[in-house]
Design a binder for this molecule. Structure first.
Ligand code: TXA
Ligand code: MG
Length: 325
């Protein structure tokens, strides 16, 4: 059973020791909790895939302590990566760059010639990376396909029996996974996964506009974004999205309704809300917690109101769409 460590220097040492010895450790980030291992150690990386039951075709993001680690693992083709790193790292942005030969093991990149890199915005976790002196491969710390964890308790409940250590950094600030931008082709920037950062804010420091993958480019999408499965982030309960009026749920077995904002209308039956006053940042922070709680309470159907069509609202809706696929 996993031990949950408090956020102390002693815990940082212990987590780093485990990672250096080839173990997996769950670490907090500002987006979701990650399941980390030494990205240069094949057997450590294999443990991540085994624990999560993750398909070998889905590459892992490599977490580094600072921007100056990037050239150890990647060979950027232009300087767009650096403008973004200066503006948004540490932070919820993953950059896909051409991979520097053989620095991280093949399984991390799923054999691709690109590597995903990011600097997480949790000082405790950067201390672990520095102390271990290793790039850490870390996917979200959940069984493949399930809802990502935004607290140490979430990790414990879904992976606690399979991993030795969880470093508790408290609840995650953003609550949804990092924005992923592919910069591996010079002169292009392609959004592979929407996340906490808006396209406008990213474009404000780039010299190119960001391309988005459309439904019409599914073949290309499968090639470029191997992990963006249409079904993902799924609780056991069946998720359905709605807008404006909650659907009639009288014929559903054990349904719960999730409102985007605290509901002032009267509504019979079990309901929850994602934000007090309609704030997308708060809703993103609560999204996975609410889905997990309803799942654990045994609801069979979760009817979730779509988020408004703002930048962050679209990222929330991306997750909800996949949860309901
Ligand atoms: O916020 C996050 O990004 C969290 C925290 C722990 O950092 N991590 C995360 O990892 O969400 P994961 O494995 O759940 O999602 C990583 C995504 C997958 O869709 C994967 O396919 C994609 O990143 N990815 C990683 N390396 C890639 C590469 N070289 N090319 C294309 N996509 C890549
Ligand atoms: Mg994940």
């Amino acid at each position: 059973m996993a031990r949950i460590l408090p956020p102390t220097d002693a815990s940082v040492h212990q987590a780093a020791r485990f990672l250096v010895s080839g173990e997996v450790v769950a670490l907090p980030t500002e987006t979701v909790y990650g399941l980390a291992a030494d990205a240069t150690n094949p057997s450590a990386v294999a443990k991540i895939f085994a624990v999560k039951e993750r398909p070998a075709t889905n590459p892992l993001i490599v977490h580094v302590a600072a921007k100056d680690w990037v050239y150890d693992y990647a060979e950027p083709v232009d300087d767009n990566w650096e403008r973004l790193a200066d503006a948004f790292w540490p932070g919820p942005l993953t950059l896909i760059l051409p991979r520097r030969e053989k620095r991280v093991v093949d399984a991390v990149t799923a054999g691709r010639d690109t590597v995903g890199l990011r600097v997480p915005d949790v000082a405790l976790t950067r201390s672990v990376i520095r102390e271990a002196g290793l790039p850490l491969a870390a996917p979200s710390a959940n069984p493949a396909g399930y809802v990502s964890p935004t607290s140490a308790q979430h990790v414990e409940r879904s992976l606690g029996e399979r991993i030795p250590l969880i470093l508790d950094g408290g609840p995650c600030h953003h609550g949804i996974e990092s924005t992923i931008l592919d910069l591996s082709q010079g002169g292009h920037a392609t959004l592979l996964r929407p996340g906490p950062l808006s396209l406008d804010s990213l474009e404000s420091v780039l010299d190119v506009s960001i391309e988005t993958l459309t439904l019409f480019s599914q073949a290309i999408e499968a090639q470029m974004a191997p992990g963006q499965f249409s079904a993902h982030y799924q609780p056991r309960a069946k998720v359905t999205l709605w807008e404006q009026i909650p659907p009639d749920n009288s014929c559903l077995e054990h349904p719960a309704v999730v409102f985007f904002q605290r509901n002032t209308r009267s509504f019979g039956g079990d309901c929850r809300y994602l934000s007090e006053g309609g704030d997308c940042a708060e809703a993103a922070r609560n999204l996975y917690k609410v889905l997990r709680e309803l799942d654990e309470a045994g609801f069979k159907h979760i009817l979730v109101e779509r988020a408004p069509d703002t930048a962050l609202g679209q990222s929330i809706n991306d997750r909800l769409q996949r949860a309901s696929a």
